[in-house]
Design a protein around this ligand. Structure first.
Ligand SMILES: Cc1cc2nc3c(=O)[nH]c(=O)nc-3n(C[C@H](O)[C@H](O)[C@H](O)COP(=O)(O)OP(=O)(O)OC[C@H]3O[C@@H](n4cnc5c(N)ncnc54)[C@H](O)[C@@H]3O)c2cc1C
Length: 442
């Protein structure tokens, strides 16, 4: 098929945001003939194709929580096509997070998001043992059990979403790398310059995941920002983009290994803990600092899959020969330190994982996330006709953003749910509250 030379709506990136926007736009327009999705690689080539795929609402920030509730509705509406498993989600926390999680529970109640909140160490242990008789985590004083949510199989979900868009007439063109933009005197983008030639367009949507900075630079947006702090002072020269390495992996057991005592598929489990963590291999101390893990059975990867808190990394794309953010990046191979920590933490929580470090699969897993200065998304319009969807690595679960963006493109009205994620919040000091979680995305 010949490469496209023009598209009314040009969507860059065939990940969750690009594809969701394309699909929802096609629904609003009645068909997708004016919509072109391009990707330098193909569908699911980026973070959306490797994400653990957890879909949850557990956010301390009201704006995030409401956006997630909206997104869960979208997952549920297309559960089969998107390989979505509505098994629920449990946030299991130590006392230092009790107050934050209690506030989340209350706010979930206020917006009608169904969850059960258990408090007190004895009641939490009792609650968990109803699901898993081998539950043995120490020092847990709250469990927030979200009944909606769960997870979706990453690349299968992306292929399902791509098919939904294509069935509606959207064109998806792979192997088309954007290298720059042509702009008119007013600064609006008139065409994307790509490895397949120029593509003229009226509206542009960018969903570039970990490659967000490259597009930010192509549009000559500011490399640093000033942030008005709670003290009213302006803090300048804060880098717009920083990178974290997300540590994930799979234990090579039968996925049924994690079924509940009643034989059901379990909810996604997320545990944060201040209890000292000891190696399940030799009993040595792994860490006496706060740690966190998440896990779920996974039929796609074949085992129990999950991750732990990420760590910041220096990224200088100019010093890396191959695409530094793609699946061949060295950070995709997690080391033995992660395996020891993660499996020991699993064993801290459930006896069935004791001594299972040798079953950790040595496969590429994990990846890089591009984070904004406050670690929350920037969903905003720049250069008049460019919607920039930079989710600060919150995003697999945020399938509903594309629906709101599609509505916004046609109505020219800012969606209420997206307003808290505007870029100007930094200068205005209208920031999201921060929690006590060890994860930058909670
Ligand atoms: C290991 C890991 C685990 C995660 N787990 C979860 C999770 O459990 N739950 C959750 O909600 N989120 C999770 N996330 C975050 C989530 O995956 C991302 O926030 C989300 O997938 C980003 O989607 P996107 O559409 O913006 O980008 P991506 O899915 O990364 O897609 C961007 C696309 O842009 C293309 N592209 C890049 N540069 C160019 C160019 N120059 N020209 C053309 N195309 C280009 C890429 O090829 C890619 O296909 C995880 C992330 C990682 C890395």
């Amino acid at each position: 098929m010949a490469s496209a030379t023009q598209a009314k709506y040009l969507i860059i990136g065939a990940g969750i945001h690009g594809l969701s926007t394309a699909y929802h736009l096609s629904q609003l327009l009645g068909d997708g003939k004016d919509i072109l999705v391009i990707d330098k690689d193909d569908v699911a080539a980026g973070a959306s194709g490797i994400a653990c795929g957890v879909v949850r609402n557990n956010y301390y920030q009201p704006a995030m929580r409401e956006l997630m509730a909206h997104s869960v509705d979208v997952w549920e509406a297309h559960a089969d096509a998107l390989h979505y498993h509505a098994v629920g989600y449990m946030q299991i926390s130590p006392e230092v997070m009790h107050e934050d999680v209690a506030s989340i529970a209350q706010q979930q109640k206020d917006i009608g998001y169904e969850s059960t909140f258990i408090e007190g160490e004895a009641d939490c242990t009792h609650y968990m043992k109803q699901y898993f008789g081998d539950w043995q985590a120490q020092g847990i004083t709250s469990v927030l059990h979200e009944k909606p949510g769960g997870y979706a199989n990453n690349s299968l979900a992306m292929n399902g979403l791509a098919k939904m868009a294509q069935d509606a007439g959207v064109r998806i063109q792979g192997q088309t790398e954007v290298t720059g933009f042509k702009r008119d005197a007013a600064g609006s983008v008139t065409a994307a310059q790509t490895s397949q030639g120029e593509i003229a367009c009226e509206q542009v949507v960018i969903g570039a995941g970990p490659w967000a900075k490259q597009f930010w630079d192509m549009l000559e947006l500011p490399s640093t920002v000033s942030i008005k702090g709670a003290d009213g002072q302006l803090h300048s020269d804060i880098p717009m983009w920083i990178y974290w390495s997300l540590q994930e992996g799979t234990l090579g057991v039968d996925p049924d290994f994690l079924k509940t005592d009643s034989g059901d598929m379990p909810p996604v489990i997320h545990v944060d803990s201040t209890a000292p963590l000891h190696s399940t291999t030799d009993g040595s101390l792994v860490t006496d600092e706060m740690w966190g893990i998440y896990y779920k059975p996974d039929f796609h990867f074949g085992g129990v899959q999950g991750g732990a808190a990420p760590f910041p990394v220096e990224r200088d794309p100019n010093q890396v020969a191959v695409d530094p953010y793609g699946p061949k990046s060295p950070e995709f191979i997690v080391g033995s330190d992660f395996a020891e920590m993660w499996v020991s933490a699993l064993a801290h929580c459930q006896k069935r994982f004791e001594g299972k470090v040798p079953m950790f699969k040595k496969e590429p897993s994990g990846g890089i996330g591009a984070f904004t200065p406050d670690s929350f998304p920037v969903f905003d319009r720049f250069c008049d006709n460019v919607m920039f969807l930079a989710d600060s690595n919150h995003g697999y679960k945020m399938i509903g953003v594309g629906k709101l963006v599609a509505e916004e493109l046609l109505s020219n009205q800012r969606a209420d749910l997206l307003k808290p994620f505007r870029f100007s919040r930094y200068a205005e000091g209208d920031l999201h509250p921060t929690s006590n979680s060890p994860f930058p995305w909670s």
